[in-house]
Design a protein around this ligand. Structure first.
Ligand code: GH3
Ligand code: MG
Ligand code: MG
Ligand code: MG
Length: 312
């Protein structure tokens, strides 16, 4: 029995497969030079609720991939007018993890090996079965979801839910580059809770943990949305503030110091405060480690001159 390349879609009956149909938030880029094929995939995308974008040319595909994040690329590689091998290797060299599902009517085994070498994750031979297509898409999107979950786990501090130190460095990079290009200053604030050991010793480690969780919230509430706050380690936090010179960074530091003290004033039977150190970049080469060291030195000065204060 010869089947049409695109068989009609059968309704999925099993409850088990329901989640496979809920991919509205997954962004799929369909690179399909043929209009009939695009229309068929539009129908499939509506039924399976993919967040789908359709394009014809490889050049446009590379433009979009440059500017927008996608979860999956579905590409028909049988395009005599374009260089599909170049497209695939460009996608793969820019993003090692973006899944690619390739479609081809070419010789099955030849294509399979060639595409695999080019970094394609999965392959469907045309004509294909719609159920097989949607199952492959769902499988790839599931992998993307678990990768995202693992990535999030690796970036977030378990106790405070703030960024951890490593992801802090990743997150500030684009802002540093922007500051450098626009020649606008940025500042680093290091904070350290005063006599935190005593809090643990007096009230127990669980209370100490709760104070750390509260501290994170208090600091977040005293910062702007686009200030980057991370747990640097223990009871130490670090903040990156764009477009802020030394004077304004001191103002932010003071706001944090006071906000922290006021919020935790009645929390335990002794006052809880923190000390802060500030450093500012205002031109020249950016050495982020040096700026952190400077903020840390300033923090040390705050500690040695009575705590509960901000030093630049
Ligand atoms: P200083 O004012 O000089 O900063 O004194 P301090 O006691 O805060 O400084 P120190 O660095 O000696 O102690 C920090 C303490 O923070 C020691 C450590 O047990 C505690 N700590 C670090 N991480 C955690 C945590 O996740 N939970 C709790 N409860 N305590 C922590
Ligand atoms: Mg400390
Ligand atoms: Mg200390
Ligand atoms: Mg401390």
């Amino acid at each position: 029995e010869m089947s049409h390349p695109f068989q009609p879609i059968r309704p999925v009956v099993s409850e088990f497969f329901n989640d496979l149909r809920n991919h509205a938030r997954s962004k799929i880029l369909f690179i399909l030079p043929d209009e009939t094929e695009r229309n068929i995939f539009r129908n499939i995308s509506q039924i399976y609720k993919y967040g789908a974008t359709f394009i014809e040319t490889y050049a446009r595909a590379e433009e979009l991939l440059e500017t927008k994040p996608y979860d999956l690329v579905v590409v028909n590689v049988d395009n005599p007018d374009e260089d599909s091998e170049l497209l695939l290797s460009n996608i793969r060299s820019k993003d090692a993890n973006l899944p690619i599902l390739a479609l081809s009517a070419g010789h099955r085994r030849v294509m399979f090996h060639r595409l695999y070498d080019l970094g394609v994750n999965d392959f469907l031979h045309i004509p294909f079965d719609i159920d097989e297509l949607t199952l492959k898409i769902s499988g790839l999107l599931r992998t993307v979801l678990s990768m995202k979950a693992i990535k999030k786990l690796s970036e977030v501090d378990y106790l405070t839910q703030l960024l951890n130190r490593r992801s802090f460095y990743d997150q500030i990079m684009p802002y540093i580059n922007l500051s450098r290009r626009q020649n606008l200053p940025f500042s680093i604030i290091m904070t350290d809770i005063d006599h935190f050991k005593r809090i643990n010793d007096t009230f127990g480690h669980d209370t100490g943990d709760k104070i750390l969780i509260e501290s994170a919230k208090i600091m977040r509430n005293n910062l702007r949305n686009y200030d980057i706050l991370a747990r640097f380690g223990g009871e130490e936090f670090v903040i990156f503030i764009s477009n802020v010179n030394e004077i304004n960074a001191m103002y932010v530091g003071e706001k944090l110091r006071k906000g922290f003290k006021d919020a935790l004033n009645d929390r335990l039977d002794k006052p809880i405060t923190m000390s802060l150190g500030v450093s500012t970049w205002a031109g020249g080469e950016v050495d982020i480690d040096k700026l952190i060291q400077q903020a840390d030195k300033a923090l040390y000065v705050s500690k040695n001159s009575g705590r509960n204060r901000v030093t630049h």
